[in-house]
Ligand binder design. Structure first.
Ligand SMILES: Cc1cc2nc3c(=O)[nH]c(=O)nc-3n(C[C@H](O)[C@H](O)[C@H](O)COP(=O)(O)O)c2cc1C
Length: 177
């Protein structure tokens, strides 16, 4: 059983919110796009699958970040779900203001020639379906129009650290019945 709650009644400031939500383990992805011929990318863990039919996902992107502006202007982006041992890619695309693509061997994919991260376990190419500002982020809904995936192990993120997943049990199919 979980221990007694800590921080009960404490004000919910940025640090408390970050610490609490850090308990929600996620995967890690890089959102990439190209605008005016310039590639952009940023590491995210706010990725959520929204709808199967039509296929929609969402990412929450910091208002005013370079990649956010590029995604909204280009109207298209790729979600690159990172595989285990791609921490270096996650860190590269999380450094604010740096040249994220410098020296990186990036491929291009699809008719829109968007940059994709090599070795990622999923590439989901999306058209921006809609976007809405929520607090200090922009929630961008993407309609997935092409997908490719491998069965590699994903990179995980929990409590502010990268982690390895240790799957156990059988794959659940009751969900999809
Ligand atoms: C594991 C991890 C997850 C992150 N998730 C998000 C996210 O979901 N949304 C976001 O706006 N920034 C997120 N960030 C921070 C951005 O990656 C970082 O601010 C990035 O450099 C901004 O891109 P820019 O250089 O285009 O401004 C995350 C960083 C890390 C390390």
């Amino acid at each position: 059983m979980a221990g007694a709650p800590t921080n009960r009644g404490a004000p919910v400031d940025t640090r408390a919110m970050r610490a609490a939500m850090g308990g929600f383990a996620t995967g890690v992805a890089v959102v990439t796009t190209r605008h005016d011929g310039v590639p952009h990318g940023m590491t995210v863990n706010s990725l959520t699958s929204v709808s199967l039919d039509p296929p929609l996902l969402l990412v929450c992107l910091t208002t005013g970040a370079r990649t956010t502006d590029a995604v909204l202007s280009a109207g298209r982006f790729v979600v690159n779900v990172l595989a285990a041992r791609q921490e270096h890619i996650a860190l590269r695309f999380a450094r604010r203001g740096e040249e994220h693509f410098a020296g990186l061997d990036v491929s291009r994919s699809g008719p829109h020639d968007l940059p994709v991260v090599p070795g990622a376990l999923v590439h989901a190419e999306c058209a921006v379906d809609r976007s809405t500002t929520a607090g200090d982020h922009v929630v961008v809904f993407g309609r997935v129009d092409s997908l490719c995936r491998t069965d590699a192990t994903p990179l995980a993120f929990h409590g502010g650290r990268f982690a390895d997943l240790r799957p156990h049990g059988e794959e659940l199919d009751l969900w999809f019945a």
